[in-house]
Design a protein around this ligand. Structure first.
Ligand code: DGL
Length: 272
């Protein structure tokens, strides 16, 4: 496998762009092939069986693009499908759950960690299991916040309705005296300031996207797969694919990425 091959990054939709953004910031020489499963989002309300089927198709698509590594930039897919898929393929693959959990374990001082995520991620118990495997003395409190995803997708990041809903969801966690909160869904970093205001300054927010980019860099280094530095005056050209709604995806992506997307291609993912 060539170190100049691209990295495959995928999510159920636009949320994984928060992970792609971190990869672009931290390892800017890497070319990204991003796939957003916009035709089948949300994954957060689907069964494990369905999520694994979707992820297998996406991985097969990314393999046709000759990627050297894959990042599952979706908490729900990481929680439900990563363990199965990593046994089935030969290229390195990482998710967002373990990097996020590791950071929270290192960050907490009072040993009380909160996790907010989709219904499916909370039901999977993956964050709790992994945190407790690192330190069984910690206490973990999970809370599903299913309305956050559609609110972000509607662009209601600074809306009083979003604030009201956030207060309702987070009230329960505030009573648990947590000092660390994992933003366990790819969309939630876009609500970071609002969530921070609701929780107060004594609670540190952990964005798994940041740590995932750190882990990816370490993984590429270990496997001697880090891309060569881009020559002066040249830029990396990333590629973007979706299963539907290319135009809406592109508007959202261009509003959050430090990269100007000119073309998003639609893929018939069911054919893979
Ligand atoms: N990307 C998903 C996650 O991080 C959120 C959106 C969905 O439910 O598919 O869990």
């Amino acid at each position: 496998m060539s170190n100049q091959a691209p990295i495959g990054v995928f999510d159920s939709g636009v949320g994984g762009l928060t992970v792609a953004r971190e990869i672009m910031r931290q390892i800017p020489d890497e070319k990204i092939i991003y796939f957003g499963d916009t035709a089948r989002v949300p994954y957060g309300s689907k069964s494990q069986f369905t999520i694994i089927r979707f992820v297998r198709q996406i991985v097969r698509f990314l393999e046709t693009r000759d990627v050297k590594a894959i990042v599952v930039a979706c908490n729900t897919a990481s929680a439900y499908a990563l363990e199965t898929i990593e046994r089935e393929i030969h290229i390195p693959i990482i998710g967002v759950v373990k990097p996020g959990a590791r950071t929270a374990v290192a960050a907490t001082e009072n040993g009380r960690i909160g996790v907010i995520a989709t219904d499916a991620t909370i039901r999977s118990g993956m964050y709790t299991r992994y945190i407790l495997s690192l330190n069984p003395d910690l206490a973990v409190y999970g809370k599903a916040c299913p309305l956050f995803v559609p609110l972000v997708e509607e662009g209601m990041l600074h809306d009083h309705v979003t604030e009201e809903i956030a207060n309702r969801y987070l009230d329960e966690l505030k009573k648990q005296d947590i000092d660390t909160l994992i933003l366990g869904c790819t969309h939630y970093p876009l609500l970071r300031s609002l969530i921070g205001r609701c929780m107060g300054i004594s609670v540190q927010l952990v964005n798994p996207a940041y740590e995932t980019a750190v882990s990816l860099r370490e993984l590429l280094q270990e496997k001697h797969l880090l891309a060569d530095p881009v020559p002066e005056g040249e830029t990396v050209h990333h590629e973007f694919y979706v299963s539907d709604g290319a135009e809406k995806f592109e508007i959202f992506a261009n509003s959050i990425l430090p990269y100007d997307i000119r073309k998003t291609q639609v893929v018939d993912i069911e054919a893979f």
